[in-house]
Design a protein around this ligand. Structure first.
Ligand code: NAD
Length: 487
């Protein structure tokens, strides 16, 4: 049993003793368990964070930056152990988890640097005897609710700027992947004062919802599905909370007519299959010019069939399992719907032979797809690559935008006219040209439309955790002629 972390203490029992098992998706074996935190536990965590905020908010930005830099340095020492633990609980290939740990270190360092320079501004006064300026203040307790697919990266994109800004946090990791976050409390964040960082484990509808509804939580930073985002929005907006919602996607990838099909096939496979397609910005729709379709799908199928499936801890593995059985079931249902409506499966579509345990699914290339199919409209979150043809670039852009989502979009082209049209006209928070799914610490990340309303990373990511206060100061000490009486 891994205890929760509240007010600097390890808490091994939820208020009613409920427990959640954590299962290795590559073997289906229980690797550990955590308390299923209740509303009473959520309250304890929030009270601890609220109490710690009284002091933490007045620490200098330099002190906070120093602590964050120390945490980044400590994480370097535990790099391999944390990457392995991530692999055990989430399943993705070890090199992808090493990349994730790098990102955690980099994000801590980035925000430690940024906060040293961040403050309000001095404004032009309306009258000479006045002084006007803005202050940037922390809000208080931030609830950071995190999904399973990048347990540490998506946690730190919230927690690093929130702490840097002077807030305290209660982290609610996914019930599938709480272990790596708890481990960081033990060996990376242990210099922080008690209550500044708390980890509440538990099911979303119990522990998560209690945080969202809690009157002492002014900010909820959530990454997860659009359905749960909507629920959080309904509950949180009753108290006019600041709700940062990073939600689902259905990202398109357009192959332009000038693209080299072999390179395009490898780029698409990477964008669609990294973490077995369990990335919010996974490529989930591919649009290829009619004249390139045969050559492109041929190259794509050959390449995809060369990838090695297996446990993430094996260095030769390209793609691990899906994180839980219901995630695989959903992907299979999208494939079934497409087949029933006339799609062709060029490769994949089933669990691989030879991997009897674990929730593996072969990478699946589909053609003859259209926008009436679930696999082209709803988020699949699995290793499927539906490929549709287009005639003109206008049509390709229309198809990209024909979606409720707008998280990211990828293009393969070296034609500047097409590239400019693509980044001007496609609705998405990130546009990737020729280098899919690469993030940048300074580059804000977030969605258009039903993919969310927030931005993480960059200066925007820090701004999300700072409230702006305007101070109007008159030092003339006069009775003003615009005060009473009016006549
Ligand atoms: P999910 O929505 O099921 O769960 C996300 C988190 O919310 C978990 O911690 C869960 O326990 C919690 N939760 C569930 N119900 C809740 C409730 N009623 N109140 C409060 N919290 C609740 O998502 P998931 O399956 O863990 O992750 C996959 C989803 O996350 C996909 O839709 C994916 O697109 C999305 N995602 C988005 C981004 C982004 O930046 N836009 C990044 C990664 C993942």
């Amino acid at each position: 049993m891994q205890p929760m972390f509240i007010n600097g203490q390890w808490v091994s029992r939820s208020s009613d003793g409920e427990v959640i098992d954590v299962v290795n998706p590559a073997t289906e074996e229980i690797i550990d368990s955590v308390p299923n935190g209740s509303a009473a536990d959520a309250d304890k965590a929030v009270q601890a964070a609220k109490s710690a905020f009284k002091e933490w908010r007045w620490t200098s930005a330099y002190e906070r930056a120093e602590l964050m830099q120390t945490a980044a340095n400590k994480l370097r020492h535990h790099f391999d152990a944390i990457a392995e633990l991530l692999t055990l609980e989430e399943g993705k290939a070890i090199s992808e988890n090493e990349e994730e740990v790098e990102w955690v270190i980099g994000s801590l360092e980035y925000y430690a640097g940024l906060i040293r320079n961040s403050r309000g501004r001095v404004l032009q006064p309306a009258v000479r005897s006045q002084f006007n300026f803005t202050l940037k203040e922390p809000y208080g307790v931030v609830a950071a609710i995190v999904p399973f697919n990048f347990p540490l990266l998506l946690m730190i994109w919230k927690v690093a700027p929130a702490l840097a800004a002077g807030n305290t946090v209660v982290i609610k990791p996914s019930d599938h992947t709480p272990l790596s976050t708890l481990k960081l409390m033990d060996c990376v964040f242990d210099d922080f004062p008690p209550g500044v960082i708390n980890v509440l484990t538990g099911r979303g509808e119990r522990a998560g919802e209690a945080l969202v509804a809690h009157p002492d939580v002014p900010v909820v930073a959530f990454t997860g599905s659009t359905a749960i985002g909507r629920r959080i929005s309904e509950i949180g907006s009753r108290r006019i909370k600041r709700l940062h919602l990073e939600l689902g996607g259905k990202d398109p990838f357009v192959i332009a007519p000038d693209a080299d099909v072999e390179t395009a096939a490898e780029a698409v496979a990477y964008a669609a299959l990294i973490n077995a397609g369990q990335v919010c910005t996974s490529t989930e729709r591919v649009y290829v010019p009619e004249q390139l379709a045969g050559a492109f799908t041929g190259a794509l199928v050959d390449f995809v069939q060369s990838l090695k499936l297996g446990p993430g801890l094996e260095r030769t593995t390209d793609m691990g399992p899906l994180a839980a059985p219901h995630y695989r079931q959903k992907v299979l249902s999208h494939i079934e719907d497409a087949k029933a409506r006339g799609a062709k499966i060029l490769t994949g579509g089933k669990a691989p032979a030879g991997l009897e345990r674990g929730w593996y699914l072969e990478p699946t290339v589909l053609t003859n797809v259209n926008h009436s199919m679930v696999c082209m409209r709803e988020e699949t979150f699995g290793p499927t690559i539906p490929v549709m043809t287009y005639r003109t670039f206008d049509e390709a852009i229309e198809l990209c935008n024909d979606s409720d989502y707008g998280l990211g979009a990828c293009l393969r082209s070296n034609d500047p006219r097409l590239i400019k049209r693509f980044f001007d006209e496609v609705q998405g928070g990130t546009i990737w040209i020729n280098d899919p799914l690469t993030d940048n610490y300074g580059g804000p990340f977030g969605g258009f439309k039903m993919s969310g309303n927030a931005r993480e990373l960059g200066e925007e990511g820090l701004e999300s955790f700072l409230e702006t206060k305007h101070v109007h100061w008159d030092f003339s000490d006069e009775v003003k002629d615009y005060w009473y009486p009016y006549s």
